[in-house]
Design a protein around this ligand. Structure first.
Ligand code: DQA
Length: 147
């Protein structure tokens, strides 16, 4: 089964929005890094982005029994959505939370995540390289080879 790579609101504007915070690489660049790592490890990536929370919830529900694990950058829903957190429990697969920026070094409201409590791990502040690291660690978890 594939690894589901999910990106939430405004991440389609990566490379354009606040490059001083998020860098100039695009979402395609981030997905490419994740895909290359997955390829190397013998896994496939199903990458999606949406600005609609309900659509995101439905993709996650559909992951039950169909995906091996989830890498998600929930964008601002990180800090607002109990519904997203609850949905991520549905597939019963490991979830890695990724943030391009170091959310702990920014506004106070970015320091709380509803998602972290159900995540196997959290990456923040590694730029788009975080997507690659997330995939590598997720594969370790799926393969039950603790590092
Ligand atoms: C983000 C951090 C969030 O606080 C913000 O709302 C985003 C992007 C990141 O990748 O650094 O949209 O998830």
């Amino acid at each position: 089964p594939p690894i589901l790579l999910l990106n939430g609101p405004n991440l389609n504007t990566l490379g354009v929005r606040q490059p001083e915070v998020y860098g100039t690489a695009t979402l395609d660049d981030a997905v490419a890094l994740a895909t290359e790592a997955a390829d190397e490890l013998g896994w496939t990536i199903d990458a999606r982005q949406t600005n609609h929370e309900g659509e995101m919830l439905e993709w996650i529900h559909a992951g039950r029994g169909t995906v091996a694990g989830i890498v998600i950058n929930p964008g601002a829903w990180t800090h607002t959505s109990i519904a997203l957190r609850d949905a991520l429990s549905v597939p019963e697969v490991p979830v890695i939370e990724v943030h391009i920026s170091n959310v702990h070094a920014r506004e106070e409201f970015r320091r709380h995540s509803y998602v972290s409590g159900i995540a196997a791990g959290v990456i923040a502040g590694f730029g788009i390289r975080g997507y690659e690291f997330a995939v590598r660690h997720l594969v370790d978890l799926i393969a039950r080879e603790p590092v």
